[in-house]
Write a protein that binds this ligand. Structure first.
Ligand SMILES: Cc1cc2nc3c(=O)[nH]c(=O)nc-3n(C[C@H](O)[C@H](O)[C@H](O)COP(=O)(O)OP(=O)(O)OC[C@H]3O[C@@H](n4cnc5c(N)ncnc54)[C@H](O)[C@@H]3O)c2cc1C
Length: 528
């Protein structure tokens, strides 16, 4: 491992004139920074959070995206699975998530007929019937229930380890048992596992999507396994739930508990430099002011921290998602005939068969926006209308969240505005293929006639909240264990013993989880 300047005992002189001193300085007020801060303040530490933006929350913000309408949409992240109930209890958060009735709906054409695969959250008659309509559907239904049953048993045994020091590979493997499941989740490419387990291209694709959300790889890359795992282990069951009141409700609660525990939060305070002499940390702000702390936690991505320290940033895949937020006057009708209140209540998959996902990846790799853009959507307001004003609820308005896959940052480096428009066009075309009412016909319009639709590319997301190249997990996800010869820790350590990662870029980070925030706080508290 590379030795830091601290370990090499190189003398570093910090700037003089310390104006302000804290036990812990946290760079970034994303949900993880807020969670780390609150644990530390509750333990009696003096904590300061520095946030570059005027608003806190990072990727967990809710915004009134369309000023003419009183609707607060989750601008970036939108569903919660990974946030452990333990963190909600420990911090006394008044934050609820709501189960969705429907797991997913996948429309497809077969011999010129519009059909769809409907999967209820809890297996039921309608789901069985839907599987039975597929060729070989009975066998597929059994394979599905067995596969997800095994993964849930695995998740139940794995989840409690996430808020403890990082186990070694062999410790975790023996704690979990279930060797065949370990083998197919951790040791073999998930693309192979899926193709060996399922026969239908549609079913294979629905399963595969969890391995590709926010991860720009082929189904056969081991990186896809890591992504798949994190999508299925949250709270031991991997259920993705709707945040009541939108993601902003989580941020509001985190701000409340942080401030009432004594945390200071400074917004519009971008850190531009981090220096450490092994005993103290000095953070320089954009306005030239310096702040001192005994420890530093970075909620900003590891690549950002490296730049602040003046060292080489770690390598990572780039972000590859297209996020589109919409406000509708009413839900569109579907060609397959399913009630839109069922189709959009869960995850609505488009162009996400296994073959389509692999083809889209290849097209993106060759520098093109995928011709049939894979995307998934869901309607927040079918489960939780509280993000709309009473008037909009009464009028029957709904929100739609669209998350497109395989649109990597590199596609937008040149002619960003044009490419954003092209990607948006591909998304609308893909969606409209399955709708009776084209989406444009049901979108709300502002008083000046603009459609209530906002589009965010990876580059837009980097510019707004600093996710490197728009990577939604800050950097590549990692398995939730250390190798047997790696040092004991929480997965949040850096080369400098006074600097920790408390954000998504830590091991066991990524997603709306608070896990790296909790773990970084524990790592600091263990130092005394
Ligand atoms: C479009 C999109 C959709 C997603 N959907 C989901 C989802 O549905 N469910 C899910 O679980 N996850 C989802 N994710 C991922 C998830 O939102 C993130 O992984 C997670 O929120 C990261 O949280 P964080 O607190 O670690 O960091 P962030 O939320 O990234 O916060 C970091 C903060 O640090 C600040 N910062 C950066 N640099 C500096 C600096 N130099 N000085 C001061 N402050 C700085 C930033 O402004 C930001 O506020 C999504 C992400 C995106 C972008």
């Amino acid at each position: 491992m590379r030795r830091s300047r601290i370990e090499q005992n190189v003398k570093i002189k910090l700037p003089l004139m310390a104006t302000d001193k804290y036990d812990i300085i946290i760079i970034g007020a994303g949900h993880n920074g807020l969670i780390a801060a609150t644990y530390l303040a509750k333990a009696g530490k003096r904590v300061l959070i520095l946030e570059a933006n005027g608003e806190i929350g990072g990727a967990t913000a809710s915004v009134r995206a369309f000023p003419d309408f009183d609707a607060r949409l989750s601008r970036y992240s939108y569903l919660v699975s990974l946030l452990p109930d333990q963190i909600v209890r420990d911090l006394g958060l008044n934050f609820k998530t709501i189960s969705r009735r429907v797991a997913s709906y996948t429309p497809f054409h077969h011999h010129g007929i519009d059909q769809g695969l409907y999967v209820s959250r809890i297996w039921d008659e309608t789901t069985s019937t839907s599987f039975n309509a597929l060729q070989g559907g009975g066998i597929e239904a059994m394979a599905w229930q067995k596969f997800y049953g095994e993964i849930e048993a695995f998740a139940q045994r794995l989840a409690p380890s996430l808020l403890k020091p990082l186990p070694t590979r062999s410790e975790l493997k023996s704690q979990i048992g279930l060797a065949p499941v370990w083998d197919y989740l951790i040791e073999n490419p998930i693309g192979e596992v899926i193709t060996n387990t399922f026969r239908s291209d549609i079913v294979r694709g629905v399963v595969l999507t969890d391995a590709l959300i926010g991860t720009y790889v082929s189904a056969f890359s081991m990186q896809a396994n890591k992504c798949f795992l994190y999508h299925l282990i949250g709270n031991g069951n991997g259920e993705w739930k709707v945040p009541a009141g939108g993601m902003g409700a989580l941020v509001q609660e985190l701000e409340r508990v942080a401030k009432s525990s004594g945390v200071s939060i400074k917004v519009n305070s971008r850190a531009t430099k981090v220096q450490s002499d092994g005993k103290e940390i000095c953070v320089t702000l954009e306005d030239g002011n310096t702040i001192y702390g005994k420890y530093l936690l970075s909620n900003a991505a590891p690549q950002v921290l490296a730049k602040l320290q003046g060292v080489k940033p770690p390598e990572s895949l780039e972000g590859s998602q297209l996020k589109i937020n919409m406000l509708l006057k009413q839900l569109p009708r579907l060609k397959s005939g399913i009630n839109p209140h069922d189709a959009f209540a869960g995850t609505f998959h488009i162009n996400e068969s296994f073959t389509q996902l692999e083809l889209a990846y290849q097209q993106a790799q060759s520098g093109k926006i995928p011709s049939r853009l894979p995307l998934e959507m869901y309607c927040h307001t079918l489960t939780d209308p509280s993000i709309l004003s009473a008037e909009l609820q009464h009028k029957g308005y709904h929100t739609l969240t669209l998350f497109g896959l395989h649109t990597p940052a590199a596609l937008f480096d040149r002619n960003h505005d044009e490419q954003r428009k092209a990607a948006m066009g591909a998304a609308i075309q893909s969606l409209n293929e399955y709708l009776i009412d084209p989406i444009e016909s049901v979108l709300a319009r502002s008083s000046t006639g603009e459609l209530a639709m906002e589009v965010k590319t990876p580059l837009d997301i980097e510019a707004a909240i600093g996710l490197p190249r728009g990577n939604i997990f800050h950097r590549d996800l990692d398995f939730p264990f250390r190798e047997d010869d790696e040092a004991l820790g929480w997965g949040v350590e850096t080369d400098d013993p006074r600097i920790f990662i408390c954000g998504a870029g830590a091991k066991r980070g990524g997603g709306v989880s608070g896990i790296p925030g909790h773990n970084a706080a524990m790592a600091v508290l263990a130092k005394g």
